[in-house]
Each structure stands twice: as C-alpha cells, then as structure tokens.
Design a protein around this ligand. Structure first.
Ligand code: LLP
Length: 430
C-alpha cells in the first residue's frame, strides 16, 4: 500500500498536504510515509509468519536514520553492506546482533568494526574473504559467525544491472562449489558456520524465480545440515513493487484484474511460493527486502521551472535532476509523475527533464500528463527506495532534504545541503 492520495484535489501524504511541506522546506525534496513503511513491514511479516523468520531491511534502499528507526521499532533486523551502514544502524537504535553484513569487497576496517559490534553474520562471497575474516577475528580474539552466499544460477527476469543470481554475475559461490567452500570455512579456527545465504536480484515480479532458487538452495542446505550446525538460511531480497500506481484512477497498488493473474507479485504470492520449500528445513529463515518496504513509501517533490516547446516535443523542465533520482537514467526506471494539484485537463505527451547537462537527465519520456506550467508542483512517486541514497552532488547541486510524515505530523529528518556544505573539506594548496 501507499499513503499518497488526493483529498479535495490536493495530493497528501497521510494527513499532510504536500504543498505545506514544499512551502516549508522548498523543492526538490524527498517525503516518506511512516504508515506505509509500517504497513509494508507488517504485511510481509504476517505473510511469512508460518516460518521462524527475521525480516532484515536492506539498508542500501533507504538509509536515513529516521527511516531505520521506524523499522528498528517494528523489530526489524538489517542487511548491511558497509561500515557506514552499520554506523547508521547503531545511530538509529538498531541492534548489531540483528545485522547481516553482505558485500563482495569488505575491507579490513569494516570487518574489524562489525566483529567488535557483534553482527549476527558475515555473508561471505569468496574464499579470500573467508581467510581475511578468520585472520582479523583471530587478531581480535573473537569468533566470526559466517554464512556463505551461494549463487544458484537462476534467471531473476529483471533488469540486467540488478540481476545477481546468474553464474556470470560477480556474486557468491557457485552451487557446485559450495560444499567445498564450507569445508574450507570449517577448517578455519576463528570462524563459526552459522548459515547459508542467497540473493538472486531485485525488482522481481514473478514468484517462479524465487521458487526455483529456494528449491536449488533447499537441497544444498539439507546436505550441509548433516555436517554443520546450521542456524539460519537467508533468502535475500528482491520482491518487486508496483511503479505504475494508477493513482489518479484510484486503483490500489496491489489490485488484481477480475479473473486475470496478478499484475505484480504480492507478499502473499511470494510467501505461498517459498514457504512449502523453506519450512521443512527447520531453520530460522532470514529475508532481506529493501525496495518492498520503502519504495512506495517515498515521493520526490519538485517544481516546474520552464516548459519548452520544440517542433519535436514538449519538455517540462523541473528543479529535480538525475543526481537526485538516478533510476530513470540508469535503469530506464519508470516512476509515476502526478501534479500536486489534481487536474482533469486533457493529457498530452511530454518529456519531464532536469537541468543537468546530459540527455540522460530525464524522469519521463513521451509521458501523457496534464498541462504543466512554471511554478506548478509535481511528485515523482515510488521514490522511497534507491532514491536519495543514490543521489550525488553532480553539477554541484546540494543534496536534498528528507521529510518523514507520520499521521498528521511531519519532521525534517535531513537538512538540505548548503553551498558551504558543497566545498566542506576541500582546500586550495598554497
Ligand atoms: N540483499 C542483497 C544481497 C542485495 O544485493 C540487495 C539489493 C537486497 C538484498 C535488496 O534487494 P531489494 O529487496 O531492494 O530488491 N539500485 C537498484 C537496485 C539495486 C539492488 C541491489 N541489491 C534500483 O534502483 O533498482
């Protein structure tokens, strides 16, 4: 679900008029709905309730400490990929012993930090990494809990940049070599084998690839269980979301057409496909959803600067750019765009673009939208995952503010950067 809807022709997030947020903090700005995050968490948690499970939010999707705190209070664990993400979890009141630490390139410093804080598991991606973790644990007089990330060679049927479970991807250890690498781990004195991990990709909209990966991994886990004292199986993330919210027609995000198959995967579809395969393992099952929990919970507010008519197209130039939300430029990601003031005027095709000097700086191409003019405000929906976190200072544009709505209230949870922030830490040599 999401909590962005028109009330008396004005777009609201929960109980808050988005114009109020735009007036107060300016645009562009990110806005997140706490209610949506909580609802998504509860819905997934409930769907997975037949399993002894732990939902570990993939922090890379949205790492604002206020968002992390909403999830920590729900009892969420966290999937982290850097020392910086662990630092954020601790700041947000999350627990290190509910964190899995993933990533192909963990540095010595990151490993030592995570060991000292006591993370639940290192999800290890290579033999070289096993050796390094073992060495550092030995130096610190600690034992490192580990799981090996296994690559099941499954086609996740998603964009090639976010598909990770094929053998040609850089991630994990192949199924055929997994048993051998577990043996290597078992012989390293400062490691404790705690589990098995996999992740096949992101924005996956069918349950088939999940069921296939679960099946392949379940056979391996059963075999490993006969030798090692396994505590958990971590099934990764990847549940896709609806980007086309059909907000104006009022259709709910998870709607199904009469009699037709679901347009997108639901938490219940996901759970139904994998629970029969994972439950018999008798282990604790971890999940690492990122996008599912926060994607539909966020919007990027922006103001139209100019409308430029060329013989070929209408360009609506807004004050947000590819440096603020890179998904359209990088993955041709489709985000619904709606005016803050609802319009019944006839829609016409236009390109919605930012001010950055690149043709890839667009939010929508040939999109049918109602007429827009200078100073009109719009919202780019479903920007709560991989939005702000992937932003940069390209073109010396300050990073955006983030606002968290909860019911009828809202708080600025990150300030807009200033020009001084842009040059902080830089210097001119004498
Ligand atoms: N676990 C692991 C090991 C991952 O690599 C990822 C995402 C997740 C969990 C969370 O996946 P999710 O549930 O969010 O699909 N920037 C791209 C997505 C990159 C995903 C990277 N890994 C985008 O904007 O579409």
């Amino acid at each position: 679900m999401h909590s962005f809807s028109y009330v008396n022709g004005i777009l609201r997030c929960e109980g808050v008029d988005l114009n109020e947020i735009a007036n107060r903090f300016g645009t562009p700005a990110y806005v997140y709905s706490s209610a949506t995050i909580r609802d998504n968490y509860q819905r997934l948690d409930a769907a997975l309730s037949p399993l002894d499970h732990l939902v570990c939010f993939a922090v890379k999707a949205n790492s604002n400490i206020a968002v992390l705190s909403v999830l920590a209070k729900m009892g969420s664990g966290f999937d982290i990929v850097s020392g910086g993400e662990l630092f954020r979890i601790l700041k947000a009141g999350g627990r290190a012993d509910r964190c899995t630490f993933a990533g192909v390139g963990k540095t010595r410093e990151e490993i030592a930090f995570a060991l000292r804080e006591g993370v639940y598991s290192f999800n290890v991606e290579s033999e070289a990494e096993l050796a390094r973790i073992n060495e550092i644990a030995g130096e610190l007089g600690l034992v490192a809990p580990i799981a090996i990330r296994v690559n099941p060679d499954v086609d996740a049927k998603t964009h090639k940049f976010i598909s990770t479970g094929k053998s040609k991807n850089k991630f994990g250890i192949g199924l055929d070599r997994a048993a051998e690498v577990y043996e290597v781990a078992a012989n390293l004195p400062h490691l404790k084998i705690r589990g098995v991990q996999t992740h096949i990709g992101s924005q996956i909209l069918e349950s088939g690839p999940f069921a296939e990966a679960a099946g392949k991994l379940a056979s391996l886990v059963e075999k490993l269980k006969t030798t090692y004292d396994l505590e958990f199986f971590d099934f990764g993330g990847g549940i896709g979301i609806v980007y086309d919210e059909a907000l104006e027609s009022g259709s709910p995000a998870w709607w199904k057409q009469d009699g037709a198959p679901p347009r997108h995967i639901t938490p219940e579809d996901y759970a139904a496909a994998i629970i029969p395969i994972l439950k018999p393992l008798g282990l604790r099952i971890l999940f690492e959803p990122g996008r599912f929990l926060v994607g539909n919970a966020g919007a990027l507010l922006s103001t139209v600067q100019y409308v430029k008519q060329t013989p070929a197209k209408t360009f609506t130039i807004i004050d947000a750019a590819m440096n603020d939300l890179i998904r359209p430029a990088l993955y041709e990601g489709w985000h619904e765009i709606v005016p803050l003031r609802q319009s019944s005027e006839e829609k016409n095709p236009m390109d919605v673009v930012g001010p950055v000097c690149e043709s890839g700086d667009f939010f929508a191409q040939d999109r049918a939208l109602p007429p827009l003019k200078s100073d009109d405000r719009i919202a780019v929906l479903s920007s709560g995952a991989y939005g702000f976190v992937m932003s940069s200072n390209y073109n010396s544009r300050p990073l955006l503010p983030e606002v968290l709505v909860d019911g009828g209230h809202y708080n600025l949870v990150r300030e807009r950067q200033t020009y001084e922030d842009l040059v902080r830490g830089e210097s001119i040599p004498h």
